[in-house]
Design a protein around this ligand. Structure first.
Ligand code: MRU
Length: 357
């Protein structure tokens, strides 16, 4: 986190780089073990980073971007000190991007490190490796700052004494700062405001229960866990004054992909006249896509929904459908809270005005 003492500190570091560009390594918090165990994975090559992203040991759009940026540095440690170095860096970007398809931050970060390699002209390959590490560290530091900027825009929206509903984990554990959806909550809590956060459990991998409920409780924020199918009732009972979620990719018209279940939540919020906010940094926007129909949706393994609590919970050989994300159409989103300002109403003109071209 930046040294500014007014910035709330996330409960735990999601990742940390140690050492130089030639021999250094990446340490990742293994989020699959939370909330029961705080343990880490040491990554000494790009494959370890790729696998940690694919298995959700590190997850959340901004965090996998930062992890991939350092993964590029690790890949470069094994490349030859010849012209083949540059072909290898390109291949590494493609390889890391392939770990998960929906969150555009992953490709954005890998491509940014690749671009730095391409414009660093030198015969000294360790000098180029150092440039890659410098770029990864910049992406890392920027991510922390983006969360804080989102939080400053979100803070006035968190009602004192009110209820906030969130889905999945778009918190400190999904970023390297104070989260996106949670950024306003952390700042409101620091300012001494009282409010309650309803955390959707988030089937099938329970990021809401395992991660959001855990990190908010660690921070001393009043958190209440509900299952996904309780959200509509909680909204109907008037317990919630705002819904705020993160995003994995936002198209030019404002359609936003996020964890499966977000779309249903947006429909329920609209029915009950509760504002529905998406919080995301500029790096989550993919302005090359006109609308959400172009966003690739990750399909995940059947076992994620046929097994739970360490045992089989569905009949053998049952056919499954397990999309990890859905797309919420822009007309259901009250506003998108970004580091660059608040986009409202959500349409292409306003997205381009705030995010740029
Ligand atoms: O599958 P996950 O756990 O990576 O899904 C994460 C989400 O859907 C988050 O809401 C999104 O990445 C935004 S994180 C600030």
């Amino acid at each position: 986190m930046p040294s500014n003492h007014t910035t709330p500190k996330p409960p735990v570091d999601v990742l940390a780089w140690s050492g130089d560009a030639v021999t250094g390594q990446l340490r990742l918090l293994d989020q699959t073990l939370l909330p029961n165990e705080v343990a880490h994975i040491e990554c000494r090559d790009a494959q370890r980073v790729h696998d940690a992203i694919a298995t959700l040991a590190v997850r959340g759009a901004p965090a996998i971007g930062v992890a991939a940026a350092y993964g590029m540095v690790l890949a470069a440690q094994y490349l030859p000190n010849t012209q083949d170095f540059h072909t290898g860096v390109e291949a590494a970007a493609e390889y890391l991007e392939g770990a998960r398809p929906t969150a555009v931050n992953l490709a954005w970060a890998a491509r940014r490190v690749l671009a730095r390699a391409q414009r660093t002209l030198s015969d000294d390959y360790n000098y180029i490796r150092a440039a890659l590490l410098d770029e990864a560290k910049k992406i890392h530091a920027e991510d922390e700052a983006l969360c804080l900027a989102i939080g400053r825009h979100a803070l006035p929206l968190v009602q004192r004494g009110g209820g906030v509903l969130t889905h999945c984990n778009a918190g400190a554990l999904a970023t390297t700062g104070i989260g996106t959806a949670t950024a306003g909550m952390y700042l409101a809590h620091q300012a001494g405001h009282a409010f309650t956060v309803y955390c959707d459990e988030t089937r099938p991998l329970l990021q809401g229960a395992r991660l959001t409920a855990w990190e908010l409780a660690q921070a001393g924020i009043d958190a209440v866990l509900i299952t996904d199918n309780m959200a509509a009732q909680v909204l109907r009972e008037g317990r919630v004054q705002m819904v705020v979620v993160g995003a994995d990719r936002i198209a030019a018209n404002g359609d936003a992909a996020n964890k499966i279940g977000t779309y249903g939540l947006a429909i329920a919020a609209a029915k009950h006249n509760v504002p529905f906010y998406v919080a995301a940094p500029y790096s989550t926007f993919d302005l090359s896509l006109a609308g959400g129909e172009g966003i690739p949706i990750e399909q995940r393994a059947a076992e994620e929904i046929t097994e739970a609590f360490g045992r089989r919970t569905a009949p053998a050989n049952i056919r499954t459908y397990n999309p990890a994300f859905d797309v919420t159409p822009a007309d259901l989103i009250t506003a998108i809270i970004t580091d660059r300002g608040v986009i409202s109403p959500v349409n292409e003109e306003n997205v381009r005005k705030v995010i740029g071209t």
